[in-house]
Design a protein around this ligand. Structure first.
Ligand code: APR
Length: 229
């Protein structure tokens, strides 16, 4: 089976109703996203940080996967598909994709502030000050914040190197190291960049730039890829 590797970002879930980061100026209640999603913000104002993620988590319990997510899940009938997402939602999984790496963490999980190996799945939206891990320490969102290491990056790089086809969907390609993943992909394989603001990435060959929404472009592209076999 050929291997398709997909890097997805916030635009992937836009048509499900989850707003992207930078399309709306990246502001949340007048804070820059970096000021909410950082270890410094957590030190300074944990209640505000918890509230930011509580609102996003609450919304996640109300939205559904869109046509783009569903199309990618269909690819598994004929390809080995690995999704590497910057998104913290679970919409790829809910659409049926089985191999999903979350580079920036997962909204529906919380983890201990003393032991990063203690990770808990939340089945409710609210994480509060005073919610603790089994060692008695405050729980934090299981999110990779600005300035923190991206634990799955090495794994993502190894996977990118093995791709026969590579897709980038719904990401502004400005946040590193995720945006650098494309530079590890084999030079000559077909690549697609689907995003209304997609652009030719400097130094990348064989890339088709598709300036469309994921929900429009992916069902068609997936059909073509399934037909081409
Ligand atoms: N279909 C496809 N792409 C879309 C759609 C759509 N329907 N709607 C918007 N987009 C595109 C925008 O054109 C933009 O290029 O989605 C992209 C969203 O970019 P960002 O908001 O910068 O999101 P992303 O690239 O995922 O951000 C990376 O930054 O704040 C951090 O950790 C956060 O994972 C996030 C990271």
């Amino acid at each position: 089976m050929k291997r398709i590797v997909i890097l997805s970002g916030a635009g992937m879930s836009a048509e499900s109703g989850i707003s992207t980061f930078r399309d709306s100026n990246g502001l949340w209640q007048n804070h820059r996203i970096e000021e909410v999603a950082s270890p410094e913000a957590w030190q300074k104002n944990p209640a505000m940080v918890l509230e930011f993620y509580n609102q996003r988590r609450k919304q996640l319990f109300e939205v559904e996967p869109n046509e783009g997510h569903k199309a990618l899940a269909k690819l598994e009938s004929a390809y080995h598909v690995q999704i590497i997402t910057q998104n913290v939602d679970d919409l790829h999984e809910r659409a049926g994709s089985t191999q999903v790496i979350h580079l920036h963490g997962e909204l529906k999980k919380a983890r201990s502030t003393v032991d990063p190996n203690l990770i808990y799945t939340l089945n409710h939206w609210e994480l509060k000050l005073g919610d603790t891990c089994e060692k008695g320490s405050q729980l934090r969102p299981h999110i990779v914040w600005f300035g923190e290491a991206v634990p799955f990056m090495d794994k993502a790089v190894s996977i990118a190197k093995t791709a026969d086809i590579f897709m980038v969907v719904g990401t502004s390609m400005v946040v590193y190291p995720a945006a650098g993943l494309i530079h590890y992909v084999p030079r000559n394989i077909p690549k697609y960049y689907i995003d209304p603001k997609a652009f030719h990435v400097h130094g990348i060959e064989n890339m088709q730039v598709i300036q469309q929404k994921a929900g429009n472009a992916l069902p068609k592209l997936v059909n073509d890829l399934l037909k081409d076999l």
